[in-house]
Each structure stands twice: as structure tokens, then as C-alpha cells.
Design a protein around this ligand. Structure first.
Ligand SMILES: [Zn+2]
Length: 414
């Protein structure tokens, strides 16, 4: 009798263990019920996204029973997208809107800026962006934000950061590739994930396209960074700087107008990602009163937008890899994905534009197996949008309702 009871108990234990092995359910398992999912390349309907901890483990048919005991999140009324990637932000550019102040020119201690810039991080998450490449900050404030967010001590998108951008020395007497090489080495030693280079003038209300670094200087930076396994983003407002940046081997080129066919062909051949940042000048026009820009600055900004868009249209047609970057600063956070509207205007389908903020961006960041898709093995970054951004990209700008990052819901506006 006793023998037989022991035997039965053992059988029950074995059965229970094998059920657990078939559907591993831990306290951290979540199941998202989805009606429509754009997974980074295809549209799936009626599926269950199974998440364990911070990773997606399976995509099941919705008809199969969900893992027993898992938390079920019903997002069937939304369109789901992978967490988006903004390839160009300045998260630590913070304006507290105190009366009598402008976004530019506020002074405060770096730690105070890091604390206040949480608001920029939160606004960015609310747009569906769960990863940013932050291209330029002072006093290591971007390193601090990156690390705090990675620790879970501050809510925000994961940050890949450049620290202080490299620009021509103010007192430079001529090109100095050696100095540029050591600047790149210093940045990397100090903790920069990427190296950011300012190879021309142009920013805020200035659309000055003057090139400020030579081809040899850019090449010295790129070679130094690549030799240490780091990538380089080069800012250039004008065509000559873009051309030299591409020839020098930049991984991405930021901004730019009037690109010639030779440069475009070189980008296609070398796989250079172009981040045109068309929308940031639209923002400067809209925010002109906050900044106190002079009225005569507006028409040049409008002209630049048009030339920026024209060049993007030609690049899209030629097959250049385009990345989405907002160049968000100060009060632009919360508008991070508006760039996608311009990419559609430049001739991309909404799905192609979304690829600029998912798969292409993840490739550029060297994280193609982890970010930019809703698929097994990927980070559990999921955005739920009211409406269908694959039909009309505009619904994304106001329609983000739920954002999950690393398996945790970080925005919930249901
Ligand atoms: Zn920028």
C-alpha cells in the first residue's frame, strides 16, 4: 500500500514536471494578445506574443491556449509595432520653461540637468521610441542618463551615446588629422559608444553649410574609431561635407542637402546610412518664438527643408539606406517620430519608413538580432498604436497608447 502510494506520487511529480517543461511559465511570463502586428517586415494577425523577462520567446497562434499562469495583456484593438529607434537625439538639452528664459542659454549643474532631462526621456517613450542614439552632450550628462536608464533607476529609452561631439578646434591654424585621431581615441576611452563629428556649421536657426573638417581629418577619426570597434556619425549640412564623410567611411551621415549622384551611388555601394533629419527644421520654424529666432531666419529654414526633402527623395529612389533621426532637443521631445511623415513624403511606403526606425536602425547600431523586430529572441519592446500606421503613418504621431520596453509596460494610455 505504502509502496503503491509512493509510486503514484512519483508519477504525478514526473507528469507535473514534464508539463512545466513544455510550457515554461515563470512569474515573469507575459502574453500579449494581438489582433494586428507589424513585426519589422511582415504583418501578422491574431497572434499571442509570449514574453519571458525582458525577451520575446515565442509568437503563437491566438487559437492555442496561452501559457497557464502567465499575465495576459489584451492589445487586440491596436496595431502593434516593434519598439522604435530614434537615431539622433540630444536628450540632455533641457529647457525648464521658466518665464523670461529661452531653450538656449540656461545654465545649471550637470547633475541637475540629468535629473530634469528625465522629462525628455519620458516624452520620448510616449512616442513609441524605446531606443535612442544620442549624438552630443556636454559634461558627460549623456553617460549618466545612459547608465541610470540601463540600471532601471530612471525611466527612459535605452541610450547609445556619443558624449561630446568632435569639431574643429577654435584656434586651429589648419587641418590637423593627428589631433582629430586623438580626440576620437579620448572619446572612446572616456565611455562613448559612438563617435559624433561636426564636419560643418549649421544648427538651430543657422543653415550654414560651410564645411569645417577636411576629408583627411574625418578619415583619421573614422579609422581610429573603427580600429577600436566603434562607429562614427558625421554631421554635415552641406553637400561637400556629406561627400567627404561618405568617402571617409562614416557609418552614418546626419543632415545634408544637394547630394550629387556620385555621393548617392557611393552611399548605396558602401551601405552608408543617411539620417536626413528633415523634421528638425520644421520644429525650429514652429518653435521660433520660444527660441526668439529672427524673422529673417525662417525662409532659409524653409528652403533647407525643401532641399533636404528633395535630396532624400533622390536617395530613396536610388536605394540609399535611410535612418530615422529626429535631432530632438528641448521642446521637440514628444515629436520624435514626426520624421517618418517626411520619409513617406520622400517616396517611402509607411512600412519602409517604419523600417528606418526599426530594422535599418538596429543594423546601424549593430544590434540586428536584438532590436527592431517582434520575434523570438528579441528584446520585448512593443508599441501599441490606435489605428493603422501602415495605412497612414500620421496616426503614429498621436496614437501611441501602450509602450513596453524590456518586457515592462512603461507607457499606458488605454
Ligand atoms: Zn544633432
Amino acid at each position: 500500500m505504502i509502496q503503491s502510494m509512493r509510486h503514484t506520487t512519483r508519477i504525478i511529480t514526473i507528469v507535473a514536471l514534464s508539463v512545466l517543461a513544455a510550457t515554461p511559465v515563470s512569474a515573469q511570463t507575459k502574453v500579449i494578445r494581438a489582433g494586428k502586428v507589424w513585426d519589422g517586415s511582415r504583418t501578422l494577425t491574431d497572434v499571442a506574443i509570449v514574453i519571458d523577462g525582458d525577451r520575446i520567446t515565442r509568437i503563437d497562434s491566438a487559437k492555442e491556449p496561452a501559457a497557464a499562469g502567465a499575465e495576459v495583456i489584451d492589445l487586440r484593438r491596436y496595431t502593434l509595432l516593434p519598439g522604435l529607434i530614434d537615431l539622433h537625439t540630444h536628450m540632455t538639452y533641457y529647457w525648464d520653461r521658466q518665464p523670461g528664459t529661452r531653450p538656449l542659454g540656461q545654465r545649471r549643474r550637470p547633475a541637475v540637468t540629468v535629473f530634469l532631462a528625465q522629462e525628455n526621456a519620458r516624452r520620448t517613450l510616449e512616442t513609441g521610441v524605446t531606443t535612442v542614439r544620442d549624438l552630443g552632450a556636454s559634461n558627460e550628462t549623456d553617460f549618466a542618463m545612459r547608465d541610470l536608464i540601463a540600471m532601471g533607476a530612471m525611466p527612459g529609452p535605452r541610450m547609445i551615446v556619443a558624449g561630446q561631439g568632435i569639431s574643429a578646434a577654435r584656434q586651429a591654424t589648419g587641418p590637423d588629422p593627428g589631433a582629430m585621431r586623438s580626440a576620437a581615441e579620448d572619446r572612446i576611452k572616456n565611455g562613448s559608444d559612438w563617435v559624433k563629428v561636426y564636419a560643418s556649421r549649421g544648427s538651430f536657426d543657422s543653415v550654414d553649410t560651410t564645411q569645417t573638417l577636411t576629408f583627411d581629418e574625418m578619415k583619421a577619426i573614422v579609422d581610429a574609431a573603427h580600429g577600436r570597434g566603434h562607429k562614427v556619425a558625421i554631421h554635415s549640412y552641406g553637400a561637400s561635407g556629406v561627400k567627404d564623410a561618405v568617402r571617409a567611411g562614416a557609418d552614418s551621415v546626419e543632415h545634408g542637402v544637394d547630394l550629387d549622384q556620385e555621393t548617392i551611388a557611393e552611399m548605396v555601394k558602401g551601405g552608408t546610412v543617411w539620417v536626413p533629419t528633415i523634421d528638425h527644421n520644421r520644429y525650429y520654424v514652429d518653435a521660433k518664438d520660444e527660441y526668439g529666432f529672427k524673422p529673417e531666419a525662417i525662409q532659409p529654414l524653409q528652403d533647407y527643408i525643401q532641399r533636404n526633402l528633395d535630396a532624400t527623395r533622390r536617395a530613396v529612389k536610388a536605394g540609399v539606406r535611410i535612418g530615422m533621426g529626429s535631432d530632438a532637443v528641448f521642446s521637440m521631445f514628444g515629436q520624435n517620430t514626426r520624421e517618418l511623415g517626411w520619409l513617406v513624403k520622400a517616396g517611402m511606403t509607411p512600412a519602409e519608413a517604419l523600417a528606418a526606425a526599426t530594422t535599418t536602425a538596429a543594423d546601424l547600431l549593430g544590434m540586428p538580432g536584438r532590436l527592431g523586430r517582434i520575434a523570438p529572441g528579441y528584446a520585448a519592446d512593443v508599441v501599441a498604436v490606435e489605428g493603422d500606421p501602415l495605412q497612414s503613418i500620421d496616426v503614429l504621431f498621436t496614437g501611441v497608447r501602450v509602450v513596453m520596453k524590456d518586457g515592462k509596460i512603461v507607457v499606458d494610455k488605454r
